[in-house]
Design a protein around this ligand. Structure first.
Ligand code: ADP
Ligand code: ZN
Ligand code: ZN
Length: 838
């Protein structure tokens, strides 16, 4: 009897699930999760076997062409997870399956040919004779090797003929990837500095800004004895590759590629310690996790554990212990972090605690490296996987623990490519399916998660105290700094410390008293004191407001591009306002178009502007910028951090959050330039976002035995999000916020679906949204979904993106997904429980 299978095939626009039959030679060789190639239309495409079916859906099925790997690419539970994601997020199943395959997997698959000894047939063609001769000469060969041996000759058909006759054997193979050495571009100054300066001065026309950054680069390279990663040069001078190439052309700098990857943090923070003795609070948390692991091994499903603790309260140490305990039970673990580049400390602690057992998965890896990690995990050769959201889908034979660090981060939500899904939610589902313990850690857990945890009786793990570090580290640091510490309390190995005091600077008062600068008098005074004491400071700018935009200080109106609705950015060099989306430009208006006040002007919140101002006020301070411009290069984050940690700069000015856990004993001041950026966005989560951000940033201060302080500048000092953040008061914030949500019926008291239409043509975006809204109203009515509210259609807050007009319809109610399931949604982008409605 013919066997039929159902396979998921990645073809856009259709459900992507089709039936095929197995040719006789493949019968009995396939399992669910196997990777196959199947005909689709006129082409051959890659597919994943979902299941066997008794009867195909269609009259005539096509045959499976080949089995690409006899070992299933997806585990049965991964297939289940893919199906659950597709169902919950109304996404094509094939797109969910795709999450679990490393990129380029199909390019790795190949067929291995060998000669069947003893078989003989006189009737083969001369070309088939040549194939045979080649194989006899070289032993077995892969398809790609045969391609090379018979260039531009169609050998596959003849070889298939030989396989049919039993003269050749063929088998699918996934050969190991070729791992290439990592290449890093490095730069070195090759002329005496004074000479280089003269050459640059005579080098012909260039703008003052270009000349300045190039000479900064020369000055920087002059201090370096060995070739340094260009990312480092970019970060400290604002140069780019074109600048360095110009300097190379002038014979001043040598650019080369170094094969050796210099780990910038290697010498910085050795991790010599045995795992520390846990504090009382850590012990209690770990006991609960152990109970979870225990119940899982009895076949029960453990409750998720919400680990709430400020930055530095010892959460990572819990993760490490939990992993150790899971591994001891023969299980594997997955650790999710928002972004690997921002968590080098976590990476290194993991690597050093579990040497040789950790696989890193992230987007900067080459496809070969990723594929290699995927293979080793699947084969059970590595036990711990660390990476951003996609790491969740690494195949592990016997998962026992999932850790989601910084579980409040938006980057866990994927909304750039299908499927649009939330990795924290996916992790919860996966944990349930695998009966794994899941630990969700954060200093600011999402409001909805805390609510759910309360409702469903999750394990609550609280680490109320902040550890500045291992006692030995503190003593070492203090000896090195030759300073007197603040009094700290101690529990076992851990030295505790108070959270840093937060001083709120009311920027309205600053204006009233005639200070128009972006630095309040308090912040200036504190900066001066820090520099005086030879310590370090961090100035933080909210990335959302990190470009210099213009707003009215009377009514708060932001000047927007008339074509894109995006904030216009002030360009000091051209004295113009420019739209970064469409290049529209205009002069600065003299009065506010809304209220007519003359208090409208640029707010210098760009990193460059802040850097310039700081340099004006403190000419001898060494500044370092940490923003998207200086961090585009691979490894740049680590470079900048290391530069700062080695005290080669006094003030770090950035839009990036400082990597957690990196001890910076000299940082005693964090300034938040403008705390209320984003607070007034029309999004029900605006308050929560602001609170989270401020809490996280404030948490980077005061990790020093020298103590620390936060200065938070704001135009809205009375807002509860700002006040709670200033008091480090999570519970206070939670209660206010949950009341607010309950009054307005927002999550967790309802669920949201955003259906978005993106079109080049504004009219189309609008009319599609209107048509959809009409249909959705009918569905709501017909289904009797009385508690569901339809909001819109309206243009999105960011009404245009990359040339596309955006309109949205929001469904808010107990089960908006249920209303849409099975309905024709066409090209609409459907976001279930989106983290933002902007
Ligand atoms: P979090 O993940 O909450 O930011 P960490 O686990 O990174 O906190 O801990 C903060 C610092 O305290 C780290 O330097 C860590 O090595 C140290 N630490 C954590 N737990 C202990 C402990 N029980 N004893 C001594 N030092 C500890
Ligand atoms: Zn524009
Ligand atoms: Zn105004």
């Amino acid at each position: 009897m013919t066997e039929y299978i159902q396979a998921a095939v990645n073809v856009p626009q259709i459900s992507g699930v089709f039936d095929y039959h197995l040719p006789p030679e493949l019968e009995g060789k396939l399992q669910p999760g196997c990777l196959v190639s199947v005909p689709f239309g006129k082409q051959l495409v890659q597919g994943v076997v979902l299941c066997f079916v008794e009867e195909p859906q269609v009259m005539e099925t096509k045959p499976v062409e080949a089995l690409l790997d006899p070992f299933p690419a997806l585990t049965p539970i991964q297939l289940q997870l893919a199906a659950a994601l597709a169902e919950k997020y109304l996404a094509p199943l094939s797109s969910c399956i795709d999450l679990m395959l490393p990129p380029g997997l199909s390019q790795h698959s190949d067929t291995l040919y060998s000669v069947n000894p003893g078989a003989d047939d006189p009737s083969i063609t001369p070309f088939q004779q040549r194939i045979l001769a080649k194989l006899n000469e070289r032993g077995q060969l892969r398809g790609r090797q045969l391609d090379a041996a018979f260039p531009r000759i169609e050998w596959r058909q003849p070889a298939a003929g030989l396989v049919k006759k039993g003269i050749l054997n063929s088998a699918p193979v996934l050969p190991p990837p070729v791992v290439r050495p990592k290449i890093v571009r490095v730069a070195q100054l090759i002329q005496p500095f004074e000479h280089a300066g003269r050459v640059l001065a005579d080098a012909g026309r260039m703008s003052a800004a270009v000349r300045e950054r190039r000479s900064k680069a020369l000055a920087f390279l002059d201090r370096e004895a060995v070739p340094v990663n260009v990312a480092w040069v970019y970060a400290s001078s604002g140069t780019n590759l074109a600048d360095l190439e110009k300097l190379a052309e002038l014979g001043l700098v040598q650019l080369s590629e170094s094969e050796i990857w210099r780990d910038p943090l290697r010498d910085l923070q050795p991790i010599p310690f045995e795992p520390p003795i846990l504090t009382r609070a850590q012990e209690e948390a770990l006991e609960k996790i152990d109970r979870g692991l225990e119940s899982s091994s009895r076949g029960e499903t453990p409750k998720p554990a919400l680990l709430h603790g400020v930055t530095g309260s010892g959460k990572t140490e819990i993760y490490l212990k939990a992993i150790e305990h899971a591994l001891a039970r023969g299980k594997q673990a997955i650790v999710l972090v928002p972004e690997i580049a921002l968590t080098p400390q976590t990476v290194r602690r993991l690597l050093s605690r579990f040497p040789g057992r950790v696989g890193l998965v992230h987007s900067k890896l080459s496809p070969g490296e990723r594929y290699d990690t995927w293979r080793r995990a699947r084969a059970g050769l590595i036990q711990v996987i660390l990476g951003p959201r996609s790491a969740l889908f690494t195949p592990l034979p016997d998962l026992g623990l999932i850790v989601v660090d910084e579980c409040h981060e938006d980057s866990y939500y994927q909304d750039d490519t299908l499927p649009f899904y939330h990795a924290v939610d996916a992790a919860l589902t996966y944990a349930r399916m695998t009966r794994s313990v899941i630990i969700l850690g954060s200093a600011t857990p999402p409001i909805e998660m805390v609510y759910q945890a309360n409702q469903e009786g999750w394990e609550r793990l609280e680490l109320p105290n902040r550890i500045i570090a291992h006692r030995a580290v503190i003593l070492g640091q203090l000896a090195a700094l030759n300073k007197t510490p603040l009094p700290v309390s101690v529990d076992q190995d851990a030295a505790f410390m108070q959270l840093p005091p937060v001083e709120v600077a009311d920027m309205r008062e600053e204006l009233k008293s005639g200070n128009r600068s972006v630095l309040s008098r308090t912040l200036k005074k504190e900066l001066a004191a820090v520099l005086e004491r030879g310590e370090q400071a961090i100035l933080f700018l909210n990335r959302r407001g990190s470009s210099t935009y213009v707003f009215c200080r009377e009514c708060g109106k932001t000047l927007l591009c008339p074509r894109c609705d995006r904030p216009l950015t002030w360009h000091e060099d051209q004295l113009m306002l420019i739209c970064h989306t469409c290049n529209y430009s205009r002069k600065m208006p003299s009065t506010c178009p809304k209220c007519g006040s003359n208090q409208i002007r640029q707010y210098g919140t760009g990193t460059q502007a802040v850097e310039k101002l700081v340099q004006e006020i403190f000419p001898s301070a060494r500044t370092l910028r940490w923003d998207w411009e200086t961090t585009r290069q691979k490894g740049a984050h680590e470079m900048i951090l290391s530069h700062f940690a080695n005290h080669r700069a006094d003030i770090l000015i950035g839009t990036q959050m400082l990597a957690k856990g990196l001890d910076l004993p000299l940082v005693t001041l964090v300034g938040i330039i403008l705390a209320d950026v984003g607070l007034n966005f029309p999004d029900f989560r605006a308050g929560e976002r602001t609170f989270q951000l401020l809490t996280q940033v404030a948490g980077r201060a005061g990790r020093s035995p020298l103590g620390g302080k936060v200065v938070l500048q704001t135009f809205q000092p009375d807002h509860y999000a700002i006040q709670s953040a200033a008091l480090h008061d999570f519970n206070g914030f939670y209660h206010q916020e949950i009341n607010h949500r309950s009054q307005l019926g927002f999550p967790p008291f309802s669920r949201l679906v955003r259906v978005e239409f993106r079109e080049m043509d504004a009219g189309k975006a609008e009319s599609y949204a209107r048509i959809f809204a009409g249909k959705a109203r009918c569905w709501i009515e017909e289904g009797g979904y009385k508690a569901t509210e339809l909001i819109g259609p309206v243009p999105c807050f960011f009404a245009k993106e990359a040339g596309f007009y955006r309109w949205q319809v929001i469904l808010k109610g107990p089960d908006p997904v249920g209303i849409l399931r099975g309905k024709p949604l066409g090209d609409a982008r459907v976001n279930i429980d989106p983290p933002t409605l902007l």
